[in-house]
Design a protein around this ligand. Structure first.
Ligand code: AMP
Ligand code: MG
Length: 487
């Protein structure tokens, strides 16, 4: 494996070069075959070969120039000043195998690989629990068709660190064309360093948005493109019920990828105000707020890029596309989710009524959309499985009458609609309790459940009849699960 590191060619004020801290007696916890294939790595080399030591942070690939990047950001709406890779180390980049939608190279980054100059009060480590959650979810998101950073593997150790109680540590190897964040730009803007700002913007444009080099105002176009990608990413989140939990501007990718998996969650019993992050008492990052916060973050980026764009009105013009980009993507995705090919005037009222129904009945989000695909136009008597998800069944029947009428308006065919709906409404998502079971087993050195869950989540739209119990309602104990920023 040969690595280069184009980020390391930036001025030295952008990062600190340093080695990962060795992880004592490492062992492989889990690895993703599809992620490995992307960079031409053989899984057995990670399991048994020298790559295990590389992804533990114990051995450095020749010519790699490991570094921790500096960035700043707004956390929970407040300017937080300098942050940076407090526990992540960029090893370098590798050519991607085959086609990749964003770039031809992929960066490898270790997360949890020891202290850096940006660790602040932290110990530079990540616990096995949060590492497995990041690993499983980032791969699950990609297979759901949602832009995301990826995870190659999790390497564990019996080395312990203190969180609420002592926990074992792990290192996740993450992959993305770039880990540059909105906060990377804010970092220079708030120090009034226009030349560094320009160097960073030019680096991002050249490497990841090469077409924008020829635009009239490349920085305006960069803002417009990132705004669009961010709006689309959040529309995907809403459509699948994903909640990020910590949408701080330092966790927003300049490539529009879902980045930094912490206290995320998938919507189960529907509540638009659901807060997946136990630490977020105000609900700033609740499900309902995500689209608005995405816009807010783009605003923070616009502010940071303003010295390069040069004109407030232009920056506002780029930003103003957020709402229309979000709305049209969201509208498109919900038409697909409901198996509707045409866009007709009454559709948004039908969607609103559905959300009222879901909210009032706390309907399980994935099960409802999956079962809705089974609906038969001329057989309301066959709706039992759907009705069982609600308390107020007459309310469902009333909505279903409108839905059936609407489907008939476009001459919808049951079988065709079932196939198209099942291709967009996943049967399998990473419910918190499923992750929790895999984590508890892994904490006892049984990694089989993690690998099994990963395999299921790699085919979220397939029926997988042998795994149907992974698609059921959560057990009662799942109500007690709380996910915080502790990681
Ligand atoms: P997060 O909320 O996980 O995105 O983290 C915010 C910032 O805190 C980032 O700059 C992280 O690198 C840093 N950080 C989080 N946990 C640790 C840790 N255990 N050690 C060092 N830095 C950390
Ligand atoms: Mg972060």
């Amino acid at each position: 494996m040969k690595l280069s590191n184009s980020f390391a060619a930036l001025p030295s004020t952008f990062f600190t070069r340093l080695m990962p801290t060795p992880l004592p007696a490492p062992y492989l916890v889990a690895a993703s075959g599809p992620a490995a294939a992307l960079i031409g790595v053989d899984l057995t080399d990670i399991a048994h070969g020298s790559l295990l030591e590389v992804f533990a942070g114990n051995r450095i690939i020749p010519h790699s120039q490991p570094l921790a990047a500096v960035y700043s950001g707004h956390q929970f709406g407040v300017w937080a000043g300098q942050l940076g890779d407090g526990r992540a180390i960029l090893l370098g980049e590798i050519p991607a195998n085959g086609t990749h939608d964003v770039a031809s190279t992929i960066e490898l980054q270790l997360k949890g690989s020891g202290m850096t100059p940006y660790s602040r009060m932290g110990d530079g480590r990540a616990v096995l629990r949060s590492s497995l959650r990041e690993f499983l979810c980032s791969e699950a998101m990609v297979h759901l068709g949602i832009p995301s950073t990826r995870a190659l593997c999790v390497v564990g150790s019996n080395h312990r660190v203190m969180r609420e109680s002592p926990e074992t540590t792990a290192v996740v190897t993450r992959m993305a064309p770039s880990f540059v964040r909105f906060g990377s730009f804010e970092h220079w803007f708030y120090q009034d360093k226009k030349s560094e700002l320009k160097i960073l913007a030019d680096y991002v444009i050249k490497g990841f948005y090469p077409d924008l080099r020829y635009a009239q105002n490349p920085y305006f176009s960069l803002l417009a493109e990132v705004t669009k990608r961010t709006a689309h990413m959040i529309a995907y989140w809403q459509a699948v019920g994903f909640m990020h939990g910590v949408m701080n501007s330092d966790n927003m990718s300049i490539l529009g990828l879902t980045l930094d998996y912490g206290p995320f969650g998938f919507m189960e019993a529907f509540d638009a105000n659901h807060i997946c992050n136990h630490t977020d008492q105000q609900g700033r990052y609740s499900y309902r707020m995500q689209p608005e916060i995405g816009h807010w973050n783009c605003y923070a980026l616009a502010q940071a890029l303003l010295p390069l764009i040069g004109d407030v009105e232009e920056a506002q013009a780029a930003l103003s596309t957020y709402t229309s980009e979000y709305t049209s993507k969201y509208d498109h995705l919900f038409h697909e989710k409901l198996g509707m090919k045409m866009h007709l005037p009454g559709d948004s009222a039908l969607f609103d009524d559905l959300f009222t129904l879901m909210q009032n009945n706390r309907i399980d989000f994935p099960l409802f959309f999956r079962r809705l695909g089974e609906l038969q136009l001329d057989n309301p008597g066959g709706d039992e499985e759907l009705r069982n998800l609600l308390i107020d069944r007459p309310a469902f029947d009333a909505w279903a009458i409108s839905y059936r009428l609407r489907l008939k308006q476009e001459n919808s065919k049951d079988e065709e609609r079932r196939l198209s709906m099942h291709a967009v409404n996943p049967k399998y998502v990473l419910r918190n309790y499923l992750a929790q079971i895999a984590i508890e087993k892994a904490q006892n050195m049984d990694f089989s459940e993690t690998q099994k869950l990963l395999a299921i989540l790699e085919k979220p739209f397939d029926e997988q009849p042998e795994n149907t119990h992974y698609a059921q309602l959560p057990p009662d104990w799942a109500d007690q699960l709380e996910v915080s920023c502790s990681s």
